[in-house]
Design a protein around this ligand. Structure first.
Ligand code: NOJ
Ligand code: MG
Length: 601
């Protein structure tokens, strides 16, 4: 299994943009594509979902990722904060958000903007205080919105007291909390690391510490030493942090980089693969340091811990995995005893509008995860925004509509990233000296870092897009904000925002979309993806038809052959004016990238 380096897809603008994790997805693509049958034999129907009343909240939820630095600044320092988020809760409620996943807000030296934690049980003063956090939680809860914390268990900051102690001497009781090793005999430190493993952020994964003449392992930045999860004391300490937040009433966790907890105890060299990454290191097979089976014991223990709390707390995994069989293991398969929602990155990061691949991957999520609940995601703070990844430069808006339709009309729990609902673009820095994300400095110009997808939320057309009153913001606001912002899109019924809002409302209220089964139709069509959702309790079926191409496509359905009602169709939502009155299934003409969602009577 080759989950390798962080790298992005070639964006259609011709720019080779490289950044974290997408090569995980790209290699995943290769593996799954190779294993997939040549033609999709589809038409399988997933089990209809009954018993809605008993369904846990997260099953029908819209989970909205906020990158706190970039959402709303309340104190004018140019950096977003917790009170800013509290001010914007009404907006999130209007959109239909059920839960917010907050990227890390703990005290941190901010080398990796919060993913390097120096205290797991407090709030970084840049974002506010624990009292601000409690107020955010209670105001959110009043609006039916839950708070999900980002939990970084693989590594701490090198400024965390645990690491400072661990580094202080070879005999310190916390020495074994991290992965320390002698270098290979022969070379001169730091040129003789224990093995050839590379960091996902470039170069050797081993950092030499002259103080104790040993190396420590870091899968991410040098300032993010990996914890040693084979030491039970580490598990105890980290679970203490988990309980701290559960006691504070969080609804669950998004588990950062969770497949990286364990490493091969023998530290064998990784096999090299063809090519180099953005940092010039030879690509390597990551199977000795990613997705090791031991991690599942920890996940079961974590699930048991979380399940002791009332209120259906949820575990969401950042699970870039090579194929659906690996993903199923993260649920605990048929035992359902690990994460409730490991992210399915196999659908959202196909990075190519190919109807057959989408059909295959969505069907896999329906039929190959032991009846567990899928979680699709198209955007996050690590990857070029879907607007740019899937857009062709001409039809980006229609394509964004189509992707949103997939997110909200399949059975998946929906996860989205701030600004996705506006069609926010990735706007990378133009000059190396402006880069904030360290990998953009190490990898320039092949890897410009992740600043481009972390630009401030675009609220209106005023100064700094309404994000901040500061003279300058931590990252510049994207230039398109005067036209593309919440205020403008809220008053435009044809905007992407209005589309998101309608889709979310429809998925919440339409019983078929909530709990109906899912069957792919027209399964050999290479250009149009079609599926029907059918209710168990007599509500009308819902047909979804998506044109994946830039040319007009005509499709038809045969009620008898396709097991559909023979009456008229009634449009629920479309972005094609020509389809608004479409009532027949005999000849449906879809403009480029059009979406048609219809109720079948
Ligand atoms: C995944 C996070 O999403 C990313 O932003 C971070 O840099 C790494 N994990 C390391 O924590
Ligand atoms: Mg690790």
């Amino acid at each position: 299994m080759a989950m390798s380096k962080r790298m992005r897809s070639i964006v259609r603008t011709g720019r080779l943009a490289l950044a974290a994790f997408t090569i995980l997805v790209l290699s995943a693509t290769a593996v799954t594509a190779a294993q997939a049958p040549l033609a999709f034999r589809g038409g399988q129907t997933s089990k209809p979902q009954a018993n809605t009343a008993a369904a846990p909240w997260w099953k029908h939820a819209v989970i909205y990722e906020i990158y706190p630095r970039s959402f709303q600044d309340s104190d004018g320092d140019g950096v977003g904060d917790l009170n800013g988020i509290t001010q914007r809760l009404d907006y999130l409620q209007t959109l239909g958000v059920d839960a917010i996943w907050l990227s890390p807000i703990y005290p941190s030296p901010l080398v990796d903007f919060g993913y390097d934690i120096s205290d797991y049980q407090s709030i970084d003063p840049q974002y506010g205080t624990l009292a601000d956090f409690d107020r955010l939680t209670s105001e959110a809860n009043k609006r039916g919105i839950r708070i999900i914390m980002d939990m970084v268990m693989n590594h701490t900051s090198d400024k965390h007291p645990w690491f400072i102690e661990s580094a202080s001497s070879k005999t310190n009781p916390k020495r074994d909390w991290y992965v320390w090793r002698d270098g290979k005999p022969g070379g001169t430190p730091p040129n003789n690391p224990p093995n050839n493993w590379t960091s996902i952020f470039g170069h050797s994964a081993w950092q030499y510490d002259p103080k104790t003449s040993q190396y420590y392992y870091h899968r991410f930045y040098i300032q993010q030493p990996d914890l040693n999860w084979s030491n039970p004391a580490v598990e105890n300490a980290m679970f203490g942090a988990v309980r701290f937040w559960l006691d504070r009433n969080v609804a669950g966790f998004r588990l950062d980089a969770i497949p990286t907890l364990f490493e091969d105890p023998k530290l064998r060299d990784a096999k090299l693969q063809p090519g180099t990454n953005a940092y010039g290191d030879p690509n390597q097979d990551t199977s000795l340091y990613e997705n090791l089976p031991e991690v599942h014991d920890i996940m079961r223990h974590l699930r048991a811990t979380v399940d002791k709390y009332p209120g259906q707390r949820v575990l969401i995994g950042e699970t870039y995995l090579p194929n659906i069989a690996e993903l199923d293991k993260w649920y605990g398969g048929t035992k359902h005893n690990e994460l409730q929602l490991p992210m399915d990155m196999l659908v959202g990061f196909i990075n190519k509008l190919d109807a057959a691949t989408f059909r295959q991957r969505i069907s896999d999520a329906e039929t190959k995860i032991s009846g567990n609940q899928p979680l699709f995601v198209f955007d996050n703070h690590d990857n070029i925004r879907s607007w740019n990844r899937y857009g062709d430069g001409t039809h980006n808006d229609a394509i964004a509509h189509l992707l949103a339709a997939i997110l909200f009309t399949t059975r998946s729990t929906a996860m989205m990233y701030y600004g996705q609902e506006l069609g926010m673009t990735t706007t990378p820095p133009e000059r190396k000296e402006d880069v904030k994300d360290p990998i953009g400095i190490t990898g320039w110009p092949r890897e410009k870092g992740r600043d481009g997808e972390r630009t401030p939320m675009q609220w209106d057309d005023s100064k700094n897009a309404g994000f901040s009153t500061a003279a300058s913001t931590w990252l510049p606001v994207a230039a398109d904000y005067t036209a593309k912002n919440v205020k403008a899109e809220q008053s435009d019924p044809n905007s992407l925002f209005s589309w998101y809002k309608q889709l979310i409302a429809m998925r919440k209220t339409n019983p078929t979309l909530r709990d109906g089964s899912m069957t792919m139709l027209d399964v050999t069509n290479p250009s149009v993806l079609s599926y029907v959702r059918k209710s168990v309790s007599g509500h009308p079926p819902v047909l979804v038809v998506l044109n994946f191409t830039g040319t007009t496509q005509t499709v038809s359905f045969d009620p008898r052959k396709d097991h559909l009602p023979s009456g008229n169709a009634h449009t629920l939502l479309t972005n094609a004016t020509s389809l608004q009155q479409q009532s027949s299934l005999a000849q449906i003409e879809l403009p480029p990238y059009a979406t048609w969602i219809a109720s079948l009577q």
